[in-house]
Design a protein around this ligand. Structure first.
Ligand SMILES: [Zn+2]
Length: 274
């Protein structure tokens, strides 16, 4: 019992031996006054307000397939493609392909690469509605690739050269191109911007069959012209696949409110080359 008390005293004395140093330290410490205005305690921060971030263009798209952008419209020409020959007026003409889309741009508008937006909207609509991938076999064609892939005189003024035409099929629905045409027509009936505008929502059939290279009468409204190529029609170099396909041409520029016509200068001078 005594031993216990002795131990406790020993520890207490040990503890006391630090005290004078601590006291000295606190005497040496200098305080500093904090100046505040009356009733002011801390900086007051305004309460944060929750703010929604605007989605980026690629975020507002909720389909499971990659969004169709103008990147898919780049010229399919390649310097690796072999020289093609054709007989024109009993003479053999040789055609060489362009140097590829990494050596030239898309058509330009106001200094930026440009494809008519209605084509992008339509193809994305088709992807969303069908849940299937749209395969663009031919978007922009530079003049060299345009001649290379189809040297016939009818193709000389192709709107592919000005970014106003797309050839495509839908994967998994290759043999149902009529169904795709119906969906395109439905797009015009559903899109709010065309509401109550008959020249857009109602399609007519083009009957001047001698002026076209297809057997099925094309469909058209004010803005676009749709051609359906059957399995053995329209087999140019870009369309060597075995499927029927569609070709959509822009006839009217919604933004500029003017007709879209082929223009030599736009086709040949309005894109950048490396
Ligand atoms: Zn090209």
């Amino acid at each position: 019992m005594h031993a216990c008390i002795v131990f406790m005293l020993f520890f207490l004395l040990q503890g006391c031996s630090d005290e004078p140093e601590k006291l000295q330290a606190s005497l040496n410490a200098k305080g500093e006054y904090i100046y505040r205005l009356h009733n002011e305690f801390f900086f007051s921060l305004p309460a944060p307000e929750p703010k929604l971030i605007e989605p980026y263009a690629w975020e507002s798209y909720h389909g499971s397939l990659p969004k169709v952008t103008k990147e898919y419209f780049r010229c399919k020409g390649s310097p690796l493609n072999p020289v093609r020959t054709a007989n024109v007026k009993e003479e053999t003409v040789r055609y060489q392909d362009c140097s590829g889309s990494d050596k030239h741009s898309l058509p330009l508008k106001d200094g930026k690469e440009f494809i008519y937006p209605v084509l992008l909207d339509l193809l994305n609509y088709l992807q969303n509605k069908t849940g299937k991938r749209v395969v663009i076999t031919c978007g922009h064609r530079c003049p060299e690739h345009n001649t290379y892939s189809d040297p016939t005189p009818q193709n000389r003024y192709s709107k592919h050269m000005i970014g106003a035409e797309a050839a495509f099929y839908v994967q998994g629905l290759e043999d149902k191109p009529e169904q795709i045409v119906n969906l395109i027509i439905r797009y015009y009936q559903e899109a709010p911007k065309y509401q109550a505008m008959k020249e857009y929502t109602e399609f007519k059939r083009y009957e001047k069959m001698e002026k076209t290279d297809v057997q099925t009468p094309p469909w058209y409204n004010k803005e676009i012209f749709i051609k359906l190529y059957k399995k053995k029609e329209g087999r140019d170099f870009d369309n060597r696949h075995p499927y029927p396909y569609l070709r959509v041409q822009v006839r009217y520029d919604w933004d500029r409110k003017e007709k879209v016509v082929f223009d030599w200068k736009q086709a040949n001078k309005n894109y950048l080359r490396k």
